[in-house]
Design a binder for this molecule. Structure first.
Ligand SMILES: Cc1ncc(COP(=O)(O)O)c(C=O)c1O
Length: 305
């Protein structure tokens, strides 16, 4: 894999984000603006460094609304911004403009490309971060670019344990092995290098043919779902939909063995008064579904009633 020249590799995305948070703290950044629909592991590293997170309203596409970010930048001066390419969606022109103007004015912009890597994408951030294990069957692996003071990343036992559990999950992919591995990853916040196994899997993986197949499956699935509310029309990591009965649909699909690749439940620590997107669910577009798009779409329609 050709990593950008200044990339630092870590085992998990949260560890790459920790390196960013540590550097931001050294630059005396004390607050972060982030989307109000997020994976908790994106934000915990910043909180762990004492950086206060202010969430910014997201739109239908689950990305920050440009005017809301613009306003938040004025209210919370000196904040850094975390822009996430959630469900593989790119910033539209207005949001890209706000991010670019903020950056020109000295705001540090972090871009999380976990759902869009390895597609070519947004690189106009101070830091680009991606966890690799969402898109490639690798036990671990993540990278971050843009660190001005790249630290020496040293192996640690918590990360080794989490990586071993992820390998067991890949060898025997059940809900139990998945949860066991995620629980151990939740203990592995201290940055460590990726495993050798991860690096060789990422190197050997045929990214080009995977990308082509995903894009084709996603397009066919969207076509078969015409009329339903698609959240990420251009992305190829998954098909994300909005539906008022998203949870029932997910349960019905799970009973057929269909599990969306990305699901963010409401973080328990959020005040109940804050809104949370519970209308969103995702559909897989990996090779198991190539040629079965109509069948999958018909299950979705049946589940949606
Ligand atoms: C957008 C995004 N960023 C970062 C992470 C953290 O990556 P990791 O689980 O490898 O620590 C996740 C985790 O699911 C994520 O969805």
């Amino acid at each position: 894999m050709d990593w950008p020249g200044d990339a630092t590799l870590t085992a998990f995305g949260r560890q790459a984000l920790s390196l960013v948070a540590q550097e931001l703290r050294k630059f005396r950044v004390t607050s972060l603006l982030a989307p109000d629909y997020y994976c908790p592991t994106m934000l915990v590293p910043f909180s762990m460094e004492g950086i206060h997170v202010h969430v910014v309203e997201t739109g239908h596409d689950c990305l920050m609304r440009s005017h809301a970010l613009d306003e938040a930048l004025r209210t919370h001066r000196g904040s850094a911004v975390l822009h996430c390419e959630t469900f593989g969606s790119r910033a539209d022109e207005e949001l890209a403009d706000v991010l670019c103007t903020a950056r020109q004015a000295g705001t540090k912009v972090v871009i999380d490309r976990t759902h869009s890597w390895p597609e070519p994408g947004e690189d106009s951030g101070d830091y680009i971060v991606a966890s690799l294990r969402k898109m490639v069957p690798t036990p671990d692996g993540a990278y971050v670019t843009g660190l001005r003071l790249p630290p020496r990343v040293i192996p640690n036992e918590a990360t080794r344990r989490a990586t071993r559990a992820r390998m067991s999950h890949l060898a025997n992919p059940t809900l139990e092995t998945f949860e066991a591995a995620e629980d151990l990853a939740d203990d592995a916040w201290v940055p460590a290098p990726p495993s050798l196994e991860a690096m060789s899997r990422v190197d050997e993986f045929d990214h080009e043919s995977d990308r082509t197949q995903r894009a084709r499956t996603a397009a066919a699935l969207r076509h078969a779902l015409t009329g339903m509310d698609i959240v990420n029309p251009d992305a190829s990591c998954c098909v994300a939909l909005s539906h008022p009965r998203a949870h029932q649909i997910m349960d019905t699909l799970a009973a057929r063995g269909v599990h969306g690749p990305i699901y963010w439940g409401q973080p328990l620590h959020l005040p109940h008064t804050r809104r949370w997107r519970d209308d969103v669910f995702t559909l897989p577009v990996d090779e198991r579904w190539a040629g079965r798009e109509d069948e999958l779409a018909s299950w979705v329609r049946q589940a949606a009633g």
